[in-house]
Design a protein around this ligand. Structure first.
Ligand SMILES: *[C@@H]1O[C@H](CO)[C@@H](O)[C@H](O)[C@H]1NC(C)=O
Ligand SMILES: *[C@@H]1O[C@H](CO)[C@@H](O)[C@H](O)[C@H]1NC(C)=O
Length: 994
């Protein structure tokens, strides 16, 4: 095969001069077999006698090629097996290119190979078992490809292999014990593969030369074997993001060379092992996100730790004072435990602390003054504790700070003037403390400050004119203080401002002029102050304003006409001194509450203010009402009479056709098909989709049902009135399919009561869902009705319905058109999955190419792999369901012109990356649910993973969603082993309004 390929390529290539040697000819053929868009191989040509001067080629003293390094060159195509014809080649690197074939099964012909680096390519297929026959191979890196299947049994036989890296592939099967036979191994790296759940093979303890054992996210279960303590050369132990249980084995304290231990995101319990003072080389310990308990052992502090991450466990007691003696400690993350007592008084005196996060604990006492002694402190996060006293003045001089969150403590006194104006701080949060004094003029120096949150304190005095210098300011939240004076004129210079919330203060004076420069202002809340003067008409030019609350002030004059231009979610101008006419748009009952309590607006809209002034006219109005009611009665009686007449007439007409109907019923029916046929009137239509019209029919027993009338005809191309792609419904098998669907009974699946058919029409009778579809509700103006608890419940319900279809039906059922419009809501907003219009029963035997011929799904919901496989399976349903979750979290449509080329999934990903989670979450949702929302968002992102294999099963999705509800943290992290973006950005901001 190889030889054939060679001749083939040889004859195709331009005839070489006689000068070029055989190795050069081989390499030219390699060049011609590859796609080289960047012309990296442009100096590979036949104007040389040998290839030794060519790009990427190295020769030995006899001018024979021993190394080919084409890393990072953008080359693409099949793996160039011809390289193995170079007799002395020992080194091949094609790292980070687009090699997209399988590897040849006779890879062993590269018999002198010592180093093979094919990482970051697009290789597929199985790992060739013959790798192990490369008796000289020392380095094998296949990271970041799409290899699948098992690790071959032969891999236990490598003779000299030192490095084996298979990270980020699609390997399944379990991690095999025979890897423990490769006694030469120094680095074993198998992270991020979808292995089937299995234990860490104890045999790995035999690899006594091992320096790096990296098994992140490998689906490991069970306990950490004691035998790992035998790895005396181990420097890096990383078992993070698995499902490991039980204690951390005490044998691990025998890892005398270990520099870093990462066990985060497992389910480990018990205490930290004693004897850790033996780990003299240890620099980094990360056991966060487990269920470890007990105290933080004093002996840990005798180590030369640089990074200590114990967050989100159940540690209690106080932090050993000796931690302050760690000379290298720069990262200390302890948030989300039950730690109490004071922080060591000289914490930071000897340590170059950079990141300190002790949020969500029970710490009390003062903030140590030495935290920034070494001048390196960047993040200081202490929210949700009981710290008391003042902020030490030294923090006001800590120029390295970027993020300061001291909210929800019992801190008091004045904030050091310097802290207001630190040049690199972008987030300063002091909310819910007892701080007093003024916002200092030094704030002028806060060149990067974008979020200033000081709500619920005792701040007093005027907001300084210098606030206008803080040009990056996006949010100023200072409600519930005692700020006074007028808003400084300079505040209109804040062009980035998105939220200005100063309600419940003592502000007075007039609004500054020039507010139209707040081009990005979204929320303006100045309620309950003492502000007077006119509401400037320019306010109508703030095109993105959607929350305007100026209630409870002394504004006078007219309601600006310009307000009509805005798309406001909230408008509250009540309790002011406004007068004159209401702008026509607002002179309606539904806006009444926005204007209550303005004496001067009386008369424009009845009942706007108290009615004393109108008492005189009451008599008149009463008479008018009587006349109206009488007229109305007469009219109604007339209409009813006419309707009854008309109905009888129709009934008579229709009775003729009835005999042709056949009925298939799946549940005990309390009605007859005739009753339904009688009610299929155009005025009962409640919806119309691609597959037919839906009618609401109220039966004689008072119950309502929904009747779907499918457009008749065989293999009819259906209309695509909405966003759905044209779908083809095949008629054959319809009854069998409906039969299956009719038998499904689950609380989260819309019941199919029965099905009636004639030659040219089919009726499906479903239970009636009074609140309609999730899509309609969520994306209408009533989206605000769906608060977070409701949305969460809907997600969980729908997930349970789909999980039932996938896992509990035999054969399993793929819905094929999961979308928010197919999730219906009952009277209590319980969700049920509906419309199996294109669902097909998955044939276990895999026959049924027919079922693959129909394009299924709706735009914005279609999984990316569908574009090339045209195959629909459970994983595509899970993708679509992920999109539904994203809709629930963002409140946005799956495709929206605002996203440009992107769909919702891409929009969420890029927005998360670029702007953070706050720009993704629906602003209508109460921020107090942020933590939960973020977790559900993460489930949505997992479901919409581009690779089907990375999507969790529906059963797993249900489990993850349930865990969110019970406040157990779902164990999710992004692939780089770092916490996912929201977690990373705001790991400790639980429950706070960020
Ligand atoms: C592999 O890459 C080559 C060169 O870019 C391309 O022509 C070919 O279609 C790719 N094959 C696959 C299966 O993607
Ligand atoms: C290169 O390979 C040739 C042919 O196999 C062999 O004769 C020669 O000794 C090798 N050179 C080196 C430096 O290994």
């Amino acid at each position: 095969m190889l030889r054939f390929l060679f001749f083939f390529l040889f004859f195709l290539s331009p005839s070489p001069t006689l000068g070029l040697n055989q190795e050069g000819l081989y390499l030219l053929s390699v060049k011609h077999s590859l796609d080289d868009p960047g012309s990296a191989l442009s100096n590979w040509n036949d104007r040389h006698e040998n290839p030794c001067s060519w790009f990427g080629i190295s020769c030995d003293s006899s001018l024979s090629v021993y190394s080919v390094d084409l890393s990072n060159t953008n080359i693409a195509g099949t793996f160039p097996s011809l390289l193995c014809n170079l007799p002395n080649i020992t080194f091949i690197s094609l790292y980070n290119n687009s090699i997209n074939s399988t590897l040849p099964s006779d890879i062993s012909i590269c018999k002198n190979l010592q180093h093979l680096d094919l990482a970051q390519n697009l290789l597929t297929g199985a790992l060739p078992p013959t790798f192990a026959d490369l008796s000289e191979l020392r380095y094998l890196d296949l990271t970041g490809n799409n290899f699948s299947g098992d690790i071959p049994q032969t891999f236990g036989r490598f003779q000299k292999l030192e490095v084996l890296s298979l990270v980020y592939n699609l390997l399944d099967g379990a991690i095999p014990p025979f890897l423990g036979n490769i006694s030469t191994l120094k680095m074993l790296n198998l992270s991020y593969n979808p292995f089937t759940p299995g234990k860490i093979p104890p045999e790995l303890g035999n690899l006594t030369g091992l320096e790096v054992l990296w098994l992140t996210d490998c689906n490991l279960v069970g306990e950490i074997p004691d035998s790992l303590g035998r790895l005396k050369s181990l420097k890096d132990l990383d078992l993070a993001i698995n499902n490991l249980h039980g204690p951390i084995p005490s044998s691990l304290v025998e890892l005398s060379s270990v520099v870093q231990i990462e066990l985060y995101n497992n389910s480990l319990s018990g205490e930290l092992p004693r004897g850790m003072s033996n780990l003299t080389a240890l620099r980094l310990l990360d056991v966060s996100m487990n269920q470890l308990s007990g105290t933080i052992p004093e002996e840990l502090c005798s180590l030369q730790l640089e990074s200590l991450n114990l967050y989100e466990n159940r540690f209690e007691g106080s932090l050993p004072a000796s931690i302050a003696n760690s000379p290298g400690l720069y990262e200390l993350r302890l948030f989300g435990n039950r730690l109490s007592g004071d922080l060591p008084r000289n914490l930071g005196k000897n340590s170059p602390l950079q990141w300190v996060d002790v949020s969500n604990n029970l710490f009390s006492g003062g903030i140590p003054a030495t935290l920034c002694e070494k001048g390196a402190l960047e993040e200081l996060l202490m929210i949700y504790n009981s710290f008391t006293g003042e902020i030490p003045a030294s923090l006001g001089e800590c120029n390295s700070l970027t993020r300061v969150r001291l909210g929800h403590n019992k801190l008091s006194g004045e904030v050091p003037a310097g802290l207001w104006g630190l040049p690199h701080v972008y987030l300063l949060e002091l909310a819910e403390n007892y701080f007093s004094g003024q916002i200092a003029k030094t704030i002028a120096g806060a060149a990067n400050l974008s979020l200033l949150m000081i709500t619920k304190n005792n701040f007093t005095g005027a907001i300084p004119e210098e606030i206008g210098w803080v040009e990056s300011l996006v949010e100023l939240s200072g409600s519930n203080n005692r700020l006074s004076g007028s808003l400084p004129q300079s505040i209109v210079n804040l062009r980035q401002l998105d939220t200005l919330d100063l309600h419940n203060n003592e502000l007075s004076g007039e609004l500054p002029s020039g507010v139209e420069s707040w081009k990005k202002l979204n929320e303006l809340n100045l309620a309950n102050n003492d502000i007077s003067g006119k509401i400037p008409d320019e306010i109508g030019k703030l095109s993105v304003l959607n929350y305007l609350d100026l209630s409870g002030n002394r504004f006078s004059g007219k309601v600006p006409f310009g307000l009509q231009n805005l798309k406001l979610n909230l408008l509250n101008l009540s309790d002011n001194h406004l007068s004159g006419d209401l702008p026509p748009l607002f002179a309606k009952e539904m806006y009444k509450n926005s204007f209550l309590g303005n004496r001067g607006l009386c008369g424009s809209l009845e009942g706007l203010c108290d009615n004393r002034a109108e008492a005189k006219s009451q008599g008149y109005i009463w008479l008018l009402r009587c006349i109206f009611i009488l007229a109305g009665l007469v009219f109604t009686v007339g209409v009813v009479w006419f309707y009854l007449k008309y109905r009888n007439f129709k009934k008579a007409k229709r009775a003729i056709d009835k005999s042709k109907w056949t009925l298939m019923s799946f549940h005990k029916l309390g009605f007859s098909e005739y009753e339904i046929l009688d009610c299929l009137d155009e005025d009962n239509v409640i919806g119309s989709g691609a597959s037919g019209k839906v009618y609401k029919v109220v039966l004689s027993n008072g119950e309502a049902v929904a009747v779907k009338k499918l457009w008749g005809g065989i293999k009819k191309e259906l209309d695509s009135g909405d966003v759905e792609k044209g779908r083809v419904v095949e008629d054959d098998g319809f009854e069998a399919e409906v039969d299956t669907l009719g038998k499904i009974r689950h609380k989260n699946i819309v019941k199919l009561w029965c099905c009636c058919t004639t030659r040219d029409c089919k009726l499906l009778v479903y239970e009636y869902m009074p609140n309609g579809s999730l899509g309609n509700l969520l994306h209408s103006s009533k989206g605000g009705l769906l608060d977070w608890p409701t949305r969460y419940k809907i997600a969980l319900d729908a997930a349970e319905g789909l999980s039932y279809l996938h896992h509990d039906c035999v054969p399993p059922i793929v819905h094929r058109d999961v979308k928010s419009n197919n999730i219906l809501l009952d009277g209590d907003f319980g969700a049920r999955v509906a419309d199996f219009g294109v669902a097909k029963v998955v044939d276990a035997a895999g026959k049924g190419p027919k079922s693959m011929s129909a394009i299924a799904g709706s735009c914005g919901y279609i999984a990316p792999e569908y574009a090339y496989t045209l195959r629909v399976n459970e994983k595509s349903d899970i993708y679509s369901f992920g999109v539904v979750i994203l809709e629930l979290v963002t409140g946005r449509l799956p495709i929206d012109p605002e996203f440009g080329e992107k769909d919702l999934v891409k929009w969420v990903c890029t927005t998360l990356d670029q702007k953070g989670v706050d720009h993704v979450v629906d602003s209508k949702l109460d921020p107090c649910h942020k933590e939960e929302i973020c977790k559900v968002l993460n489930v949505g992102l997992l479901c919409t993973s581009p690779l089907p294999i990375n999507r969790p099963s529906m059963r797993r999705v249900v489990k993850m969603l349930q865990e969110v509800g019970t406040e157990i943290h779902p164990r999710i992290a992004s692939k780089d082993g770092k916490l996912s973006p929201y977690y990373y950005e705001d790991a400790s901001d639980q429950g706070s309004v960020a």
